[in-house]
Design a protein around this ligand. Structure first.
Ligand code: ZN
Length: 340
């Protein structure tokens, strides 16, 4: 009997000890959780203090409830930071462009943009654009690989040529009173279809190496302007009939141009003044041109055709991209187009 009751006492003691151990373990776990919550609260308070001291704001940011995980550095917080950072705008990749983790080409490669890709830009930092590489990641792309703003963002495949050729000269005659109508027919915005702008960049680089820069007199020309010109000129040798298809200018695939000597800043001698709607402007009348004008026109033509442009017989200044591919709408309202 004695043995039996002793065993019972021993068992009770063992249960008590085990029970105490579980209780201690539970208290320890509880304390640890409370400590974590306290630490997270402290981190949040520190972060708020940092933000307030860096921005000079005195406004107190509402604290999240203690039960919510603060999880500093998780993707949700980073996403909010991207959106809050600043307004985004769109640039166009001028050629294949690498996107790095830091404003340094030796840092990690995040992604590659293809030529003509739209890139969401946050800000310009030295020689790098800070870009939104995806929903959660920021990256850096060298400035020279993206258009410098100026991309026409609300018309697909249209680019502002000034973003591609920032050092070219522009004198948009049909956007000034100095044309046959005597008034500006559309805003002075040199627009081209993207692949045509790329071709012109190739030509620009050749001219640049030879000591010349391109001077643009007309690029995209809305159909409404073509109709107005047609009503006055009524000669399809110079103004393509808008009622029977119009010209490549309406498709964003033609330029009227000349060349400027980089050293002197002077425009080269060409067969006639720009937009002289006269047979002397025609390539078939080159016997009437001066030797100098013919040499300059021949050189310009050789470079432009080497990158894929076609000429027309009636105008020395006109070059067009007749390859298959994207075309712009015939009548973009340039006044309502949005530029960044
Ligand atoms: Zn033309």
């Amino acid at each position: 009997m004695a043995d039996c009751s002793k065993k019972k006492v021993d068992k009770t003691a063992i249960f008590l000890v085990i029970g105490m151990l579980f209780l201690l373990l539970f208290v320890a776990v509880l304390l640890n959780m409370l400590k974590d919550i306290y630490n997270q609260q402290q981190e949040l308070i520190d972060l708020q203090e940092q933000l307030m001291s860096s921005s000079g704001q005195t406004e107190v940011v509402a604290e999240p409830e203690a039960s919510q995980p603060v999880a500093l550095g998780n993707p949700v917080v980073e996403k909010e930071q991207i959106v809050a950072e600043t307004e985004l705008y769109t640039c166009v990749a001028r050629r294949e462009a690498r996107c790095y983790s830091e404003p340094d080409t030796a840092s990690a490669l995040i992604k590659k943009y293809s030529s003509a890709d739209k890139v969401e830009v946050i800000s310009l930092e030295g020689n790098f654009y800070k870009v939104k590489a995806d929903d959660y990641t920021l990256g850096y792309v060298e400035k020279r690989y993206l258009s410098q703003g100026g991309a026409l963002v609300n018309v697909p495949n249209a680019v502002d040529l000034r973003a591609y050729l920032p050092n070219a000269e522009y004198e948009m005659l049909f956007a000034s009173p100095y044309n046959i109508t005597g008034h500006a027919m559309y805003p002075a915005v040199p627009i081209l279809e993207e692949s045509t702008a790329e071709m012109l960049m190739e030509a620009y680089e050749i001219f640049d190496r030879d000591g010349y820069i391109i001077k643009i007199y007309d690029a995209y020309r809305p159909k409404s302007a073509q109709i107005e010109l047609w009503e006055i000129v009524r000669n399809s040798a110079y103004i393509a009939n808008p009622n029977t298809g119009g010209s490549w200018h309406q498709r964003g695939r033609a330029v009227d141009m000349s060349l400027v000597n980089k050293e002197t800043g002077e425009e080269l001698e060409m067969p006639t003044p720009m937009h002289t709607f006269d047979p002397k402007a025609g390539r078939y009348k080159s016997s009437l041109w001066s030797a100098e004008a013919k040499a300059n026109s021949d050189y310009m033509t050789e470079v432009m055709t080497s990158v894929g442009f076609k000429t027309i017989t009636t105008e020395w200044w006109h070059f067009e991209n007749t390859k298959s591919g994207n075309m712009l709408p015939n009548d973009i309202d340039l006044g309502s187009a949005e530029y960044r």
